[in-house]
Design a binder for this molecule. Structure first.
Ligand SMILES: Cc1cc2nc3c(=O)[nH]c(=O)nc-3n(C[C@H](O)[C@H](O)[C@H](O)COP(=O)(O)OP(=O)(O)OC[C@H]3O[C@@H](n4cnc5c(N)ncnc54)[C@H](O)[C@@H]3O)c2cc1C
Length: 434
């Protein structure tokens, strides 16, 4: 039997497997659009998620579908990509095989691992039950339910102490996510819920942001982090820096000797890379990120690349490349271009990834944000508009952009929140406070 020219061509096409349809994986697959290769994109979820707006789902401003897009839809017109919904459970790098839960072994010629990161409780994983973190849509709707339910429980509380505990919200970690969550919960309590309860005033809720370091937004210049702190305090958030959480329980949080009655804790303190380092038995940093070569390949496996939040990458002056969306996208693009050139037979031996730092943004609340880009520093309303435009622009789908824009305008004009739904089963009442 003789093969047709097309079939021979197909049999020779290199197989590129990309694990993860987040910012890094998507950008790699899109950069490979014109390459004659068979690309398999594996993700355990069917959607690409715009994590920077997750806190708005968790605080009822946006609904889940507004910040997510089916990965299959993204690649509808890119015929060299096949999307596979499955969980990767291991890699055999020498045999060039990806092991998956459902489909078994998937062979590759080139492999890109972009599996992101998850929460880190610094060895106290039992805290996760009482102090959920924010990484996925499920996390966001779970946190939304906890926040909204806390106000409902405050209405029916049997004692003042119990009501106070339901109206105390502790957010652990003063990075961008912690700051954004604290500001959004304070606005919910002080503005959105005004007049809706009969037995208490929602504005009496306490929102406490706890940070172990000396200041919030530590990756920003000091003056901007001070502005962020003042902005939070203006919204009614209590900012407690230099405080280390020592225990999280269903009805309280402990900070050394101090114990605070509190029914809602949100964890925004630690990040741990996904398991790629273990699959590859590769050298990792303290957060489990794979320490990669300058071209983002795994030492000893030149055709296996790790990018985004899963990789430990350093700039030429030794500073770590931050775990942010632009870094993951740039790395995806870089690795895809390198693979395309190798397939085309070009020499790639001198390639090295160079990070283009596009700055740092964080929003604090309505009309308040901080922006640091090179020598440019912005705060207040101008920064807030800038933050909003950037986020709308980077949302992946036009329909999502329009619907987020409309919801933001409504929230801005009315302080209302369109997604105040308690959709999952109620949480157990927890211990009584006497
Ligand atoms: C709440 C929050 C707010 C953020 N805000 C900002 C911000 O404002 N600006 C900014 O630049 N960055 C922000 N970030 C960081 C940014 O989202 C990440 O740096 C970026 O998503 C990293 O991209 P990635 O491709 O490495 O991983 P991800 O985007 O996390 O994608 C990883 C993908 O891998 C999949 N996956 C994981 N394990 C497996 C497996 N075993 N098998 C199959 N699939 C798997 C996941 O389902 C996911 O789709 C925020 C992050 C969070 C959590």
């Amino acid at each position: 039997m003789t093969l047709t020219a097309d079939a021979q061509e197909d049999a020779r096409r290199p197989r590129i497997v990309i694990v993860g349809g987040g910012f890094g994986g998507l950008s790699a697959a899109q950069t490979l659009a014109r390459v004659r290769a068979d690309i398999t994109l594996i993700d355990r979820r069917n959607h690409h998620l715009f994590q920077p707006l997750l806190y708005q789902v968790a605080t009822a401003v946006l609904s889940p579908a507004q910040i997510a897009q089916p990965i299959r839809t993204v690649f509808r017109d890119q015929k060299n990509v096949r999307v596979v919904l499955d969980e990767v459970i291991g890699i055999d790098a020498p045999a060039r095989i990806v092991r998956t839960q459902q489909q078994g072994d998937i062979p590759f010629d080139y492999l890109i691992l972009a599996v992101g990161a998850s929460h880190d409780y610094f060895g106290k994983d039992d805290w996760a039950e009482y102090a959920p973190g924010l990484k996925s849509l499920e996390d966001a709707t779970n946190i939304r339910r906890r926040i909204l339910e806390a106000f409902e429980r405050a209405e029916t509380a049997e004692s003042e102490d119990e009501r106070r505990a339901f109206l105390t919200f502790c957010i652990v970690g003063g990075g961008p996510t912690g700051v954004e969550m604290a500001g959004a919960i304070a606005e919910l309590a002080h503005r959105t819920l005004r007049g809706e309860f009969r037995r208490f005033d929602p504005a009496t809720a306490q929102v406490i942001l706890i940070e172990a370091g000396p200041r919030v937004l530590s990756s920003m210049p000091e003056d901007l982090s001070e502005k962020a702190r003042r902005g939070l305090e203006k919204l009614g958030v209590t900012v407690r820096t230099g405080k280390m959480v020592t225990n999280c329980l269903p009805d309280r949080i402990e900070l050394g000797e101090e114990s605070l009655a509190c029914r809602t804790i949100i964890w925004a303190a630690g990040v741990r890379a996904s398991a790629a380092g273990n699959w590859l038995a590769a050298k990792q940093d303290r957060a489990g990120r794979v320490i990669v070569e300058k071209n983002l390949s795994v030492p000893g496996s030149p055709d296996v690349f790790v990018i985004g939040d899963t990789a430990a990458v350093f700039t030429d002056d030794g500073r770590p490349v931050p775990g942010v969306a632009p870094a993951a996208k740039q790395q995806g693009k870089f690795v895809a271009a390198l693979i395309a050139d190798r397939i085309a037979g070009r020499d790639t031996s001198s390639r090295r990834f160079v990070y283009d730092d596009q700055g740092n943004l964080a929003t604090i609340g309505r009309s308040q944000a901080v922006v640091h880009m090179g020598r440019l520093k912005l705060s207040g309303t101008v920064a807030w508009w800038f933050w909003g435009i950037v986020h709308i622009f980077f949302l992946i789908d036009f329909r999502n952009r329009m619907s987020v824009l409309l919801d933001w305008l409504m929230t801005y004009l009315t302080y209302g929140r369109g997604s105040r739904l308690i959709t999952d089963p109620p949480r157990p009442r927890g211990p009584d406070i006497s």
